[in-house]
Every structure is written in C-alpha cells, then in structure tokens.
Design a binder for this molecule. Structure first.
Ligand SMILES: *Cc1c(COP(=O)(O)O)cnc(C)c1O
Length: 358
C-alpha cells in the first residue's frame, strides 16, 4: 500500500541515545532539558523567537484563543483541517466563515472586511499546504479594526515569506508536530508569540497557571510537551533538510508529469512553500471520486484533503455558503508525498493518474 503520507522515522540508535539521557536525568516532563533544547533548535532553524512547545497543534490553537482573550465571533477560513474550526467551537467561540481564493486555497483577503461586525474579535487564517496567506493585508486589516490575528501554521514549518519566517506575522502563529507533518514529535505543537509578556503568560497557562511551585496566578491547563516527544523532535531535526529536499524532488516530478492534466495550487510569488503536500484539483467531483477509487484499487491512497468544506460541519449553529471552498473541497485530492516514497512508487501513482485522465 502506498499511503498518502508516512511518518518519518529517525535513526533508532540515535533515539535510544536520547532515551539513555532521559533515564540518566530521571526527568520525563515539565519543561525538561530536551524540551528546552528542542525549543532553541527550532527557534534558530525557523528564524522565530518566543516559541512555546505544547502537546499538539489543536491545543496550541485553543491556548492562542485564551491567551488573546477572543470572544464571540471569529472570522475564519472554511478550507482547512477540521481542528481550525473545531477548536473555536470547543472554546465556545462562533466561527464566521469567509470564502477562499480558489487559486491560493487561502482566505480571500478582499472578502473579509464586509464581514467584520461589533461582535468580531479575531481572524484565524490558515497557510494552506504551506502557502502563505496575504499576511501583509491580513495583519493590516486586523490592526485597522482592532482584531487579534492568529495564523494556523500547522503546514507552514520552515516556510519563508520575503525571506522571513511566515510564522512571524500576526499576534500568534501555531504549529503542529503531529506524526504526519513535515517535522514531527509524534504528537506535539507550538506557538510563536510576538509579544514577550504574552509569551510569559502562555508559559504559565500551559502548566496549570503556576508561576512557581506553590503560586498560581491565573487559570491554566496542562498542555505541556514531554521529554519523549522532544527526543523524537531532536532526532527528526537532524534530518529535516533531507526530508524537505526529498519532498521537493517528488513535488517537482508531479508538477512536471501532471502539468496540463490537473490544476495545482498557486503559490504566493514571494514564497516557495515547503513541499509537505501535493494537492491536485480535478474538473468535477465525480472525476475526483473515480480517480480516488481507481488509485485505491491499485493500493494507492490519495486523500480528499480537505473535505468537507468546514462551513458544512454538522455541529455548527449557524453557517453560510462558501462556494469557492465547497467547489475546491469537492474536487481536490492530495497525492502521496513523503520522505521514503520511492521513485518507482511515485511512477506508479503518476501512471494511474495518467491512465485515468488521458
Ligand atoms: C494537523 C493540523 C492541525 C492540528 O494539529 P494536531 O497536532 O493534529 O492537533 C491544525 N490545523 C491544521 C491546518 C492541521 O493540518
């Protein structure tokens, strides 16, 4: 079976050497040595400051909402992983969807201003498949209306915009280090927090509100990353450049072989993305479903990612039509791409797509 993705497994002996360290230190969690070391390594690699490592990306989103004290309505994208919306609903916030641009797959910055009301407290936008949002325009719009700006950067690991990390925009950007992401810690996530005071507050927030051993100054929760996860992250970090370049080769080949047959995502001209996904867009929904089924018959798993459009989630109290997002969700397939996908395997994927479309 060729899966759509496959977690990267670093060298086992290296992971074992970190385990030895954990056993020597007798320290498993609570901001341990390895978590601190991973934080520094990631800050330097990504070109960010104030990176807080947490248990997962969804938790990073909910911490961001609490940290920035969001209330009532939050303008957000209908085209993202379900966590972007479910985390809002989980926090009793009301997601208000604004449609996307069908080429960039990101929130259309030109549609947003009309939707801002007295009840709007923030904008939550996703850098879909690592393609930077219109960050200059979004940050400016948020500022103009005194809204908080949060970026779901779960796909944006290492993505640069005008030679700067795209994670440096907005009030807070979040990352996911789930096993299937480009860089992972098994389960894990992070927040990049621009304001130093908010960064300190967030540190307390993820550890029950403790400032020191016996002093609690605020409401908190347990959202900490542990040493076992940080050890995995430190190992994967050593191979991150290899992972990215392997995925770039796969991505370039798909682009070359499938050009003219299907549509691709349009990347922001000031960015390259990080090659973590390879979505294609087909002409009709039935063609999309038939291709998915044909690939499946040949033991190749392509995924409808993202589907459904999030404005269609069954648990929303109110929603609206988002024709661009619904259009895209019904015609998109993400193709297998991961470090370790062999040339032969990729050729097979391409062959079956061509058989279907030509
Ligand atoms: C993976 C993902 C998340 C959730 O991250 P977890 O670490 O799985 O909780 C949130 N948003 C997007 C866009 C994602 O792809």
């Amino acid at each position: 079976m060729i899966n759509v993705t496959q977690p990267f497994f670093p060298d086992k002996e290296k992971y074992k050497s970190y385990l030895d360290k954990i056993y020597d230190n007798r320290w498993l969690t609570n901001n341990g040595e390895l978590v601190q070391s991973l934080q520094k390594k990631l800050e330097s690699y990504l070109g960010v400051r104030n990176l807080l490592l947490v248990a997962n990306g969804t938790m990073a989103l909910t911490i961001a909402y609490r940290l920035l004290e969001l209330q009532k309505d939050v303008l957000t994208t209908p085209f993202s992983f379900v966590a972007t919306t479910s985390s809002l609903v989980w926090e009793h916030l009301n997601p208000v969807f604004s449609d996307i641009n069908v080429s960039s797959f990101n929130l259309d910055e030109n549609n947003l201003e009309d939707k801002i009301t007295e009840d709007t407290s923030a904008i939550v936008a996703t850098h879909v498949f690592g393609n930077p949002c219109a960050v200059d325009e979004l940050d400016e719009l948020a500022k103009k209306h005194s809204l908080k700006m949060i970026y779901d950067g779960a796909h944006a690991f290492g993505v640069k915009y005008k030679d700067n990390s795209v994670l440096n925009y907005g009030d807070v950007s979040i990352l996911s280090f789930h096993a299937t992401k480009l860089f992972h810690t098994g389960e894990g996530g992070g927040l990049v927090i621009n304001d130093d005071e908010l960064f300190e507050k967030a540190k307390r927030m993820i550890n029950f509100g403790f400032v020191k051993e016996d002093t609690i100054t605020q409401l908190g929760i347990n959202a900490k990353m542990n040493e076992l996860e940080a050890a995995m992250g430190l190992c994967v970090m050593d191979d991150i450049d290899d992972i990215v370049s392997a995925q770039k080769i796969i991505s370039d080949k798909y682009k070359h072989e499938l050009a003219g047959l299907v549509e691709f995502q349009d990347y922001h001209q000031d960015s390259m993305g990080n090659f973590s996904y390879f979505p294609i867009v087909l002409e009709t929904e039935s063609q999309t479903l038939e291709l998915k089924a044909r690939l499946m018959r040949n033991n190749i798993r392509a995924r409808r990612y993202f589907y459904p459009s999030l404005n269609k989630l069954p648990y929303l109290k109110t929603s609206c039509a988002c024709p661009n997002s619904e259009y895209l969700a019904s015609r998109i397939l993400s193709l297998p791409i991961y470090h370790g996908l062999s040339e032969h395997e990729q050729d097979e994927v391409i062959l079956h797509i061509k058989k279907h479309l030509v």
